[in-house]
Design a protein around this ligand. Structure first.
Ligand code: GUN
Ligand code: ZN
Length: 429
């Protein structure tokens, strides 16, 4: 069956920060959706046909679904924990919460709640860290499969500097990861991401085991953390005394390449910046987390100019919102603090096609393209009284996007489609 979605279409084919010809906007546009894919897109008048079921989203915007390239699934009950910076936050709040995910009876309902939150906030794909327990990956992947979502996830590998109940070993981390790859990678729309948590929680032997996985499965994404916090960097360098810098730990074990997503990247040295540009590893900016944990101000413009692929993510539960709109709001402010400007077109490119590029999935998601997956978000710039009032004075698409970026959250998500299926109950008119 074909469905016709009518609305104001916006999609990007290049980064507005780099290229003038970067987006396509169709005021009275339509998407033909069939079997979970976009069969065609264009002007409504060119595509309307009597045999199709029509859903009219005017005057709302239809964009590709948002992509969150760095989030922690077992931290849904950690978000909004008071008073500390990274290492104390991990020990005091995060590790105890992640310990509960050994139990499928806890992990399963949390996985459903987590994915429903993402969808309510317009996010259709995420790259997620699970806990150390394989059961947590099973819970998340099963819940994603039930929703037909494109999802990347991996169990964190961590064999030191964490409580007993959260430690694997180099061998068990390797074996469990391999079993999970066999079970989940490539099934439906699911992908496995090799996930050594960060240098502090892995011994050199475990880093080598993660490197072995990378050479056995070169197509898989790799996710970890880099240079988020000064105490973290100092401890890392004391644990790896032969490393030239933090990134060198990951380089030594073959973990740095174009499939690598490095969360945070705030306090990088010039050598690390040059190496990231050379290898094609992505730097993932997590603004709400960086402000909440007092980690520092990401240099988005500097890293982009250095030739590094950048992505932008929530990092819940260090991050304080599931909303990629609110993430862009805080990104704008962090960039202001550095004297940089985040243009709204560049912002919306970032959370759609930009993040898809970092995940290596831009051929399927992140833009509206014939043959691409029908993962979509419908945005209402008048969703709240404050937004509606401000919207009265909007004169351009860029102004409308900026309003969504600064005042928008889950209330501005009128609908989310996953593989062509609406995932939110229809709102009363
Ligand atoms: N570094 C290692 N683990 C984590 C985590 O769970 N959250 C954040 N923000 N940083 C980390
Ligand atoms: Zn993180």
């Amino acid at each position: 069956m074909k469905t016709l979605l009518r609305g104001r279409l916006l999609t990007f084919h290049a980064d507005p920060a780099e290229t003038e010809d970067n987006h396509r906007y169709i005021e009275d546009g339509a998407l033909v959706v069939e079997n979970g894919r976009i069969a065609a897109l264009g002007r409504y008048s060119d595509l309307a046909a009597p045999e199709m079921v029509e859903i009219d989203h005017r005057p709302n915007l239809i964009l590709p679904g948002f992509i969150d390239p760095h989030i922690h699934f077992p931290q849904v009950q950690v978000i909004a924990s008071w008073g500390v910076q990274l290492l104390d936050w991990l020990n005091r709040y995060t590790f105890p919460a992640e310990g509960r995910y050994a139990d499928p009876a806890h992990a399963e309902p949390m996985a459903s709640a987590f994915l429903d939150l993402l969808l309510a906030h317009g996010t259709t794909t995420a790259c997620a860290f699970a806990s150390v327990h394989p059961a947590s990956v099973d819970a998340l992947m099963s819940a994603a499969e039930a929703r037909s979502m494109m999802m990347l996830a991996g169990k964190v590998m961590m064999d030191r500097n964490a409580p007993d109940y959260l430690r694997d070993t180099p061998q068990s981390g390797y074996d469990d990861s391999k079993r999970l790859i066999a079970r989940w990678h490539g099934r439906d729309r699911l992908r496995y991401a090799i996930s050594p948590r960060f240098a502090i929680t892995s011994t050199p032997e475990q880093m080598a085991a993660a490197g072995a996985l990378v050479s056995e499965y070169p197509d898989l994404s790799i996710q970890t953390h880099l240079s988020e916090n000064h105490a973290e960097i100092e401890l890392t360098l004391s644990l790896y005394p032969h490393a030239r810098d933090y990134l060198d730990v990951y380089e030594t074990y073959g973990l740095v390449g174009p499939k690598t997503l490095l969360g945070h990247c705030i306090h990088l040295t010039p050598r690390e910046i040059a190496k990231m540009a050379e290898t094609g590893a992505s730097a993932v900016f997590c603004p709400t987390s960086n402000l909440f944990l007092g980690s520092g101000l990401f240099d988005a413009e500097g890293l982009r100019r250095a030739g590094i692929v950048t992505a932008v993510a929530t990092d819940v539960g260090g991050g304080t919102s599931y909303s990629q709109l609110q993430t862009l709001n805080e990104a704008y402010k962090v960039m202001q603090m550095r004297g940089q400007r985040l243009h709204p077109l560049a912002a919306f490119h970032w959370i759609t096609r930009g993040n898809a590029l970092a995940l290596g999935l831009a051929n399927r998601i992140g833009s509206l393209q014939a043959g691409g997956d029908a993962d979509l978000v419908v945005l209402d710039a008048r969703a709240t009284p404050a937004m509606a009032l401000r919207a009265e004075r909007i004169e351009s698409l860029a102004e409308e996007l900026f309003l969504l970026q600064i005042l928008g959250d889950d209330r501005a998500i009128a609908q989310t489609y996953v593989a062509g299926r609406p995932m939110k109950p229809a709102r009363a008119a």
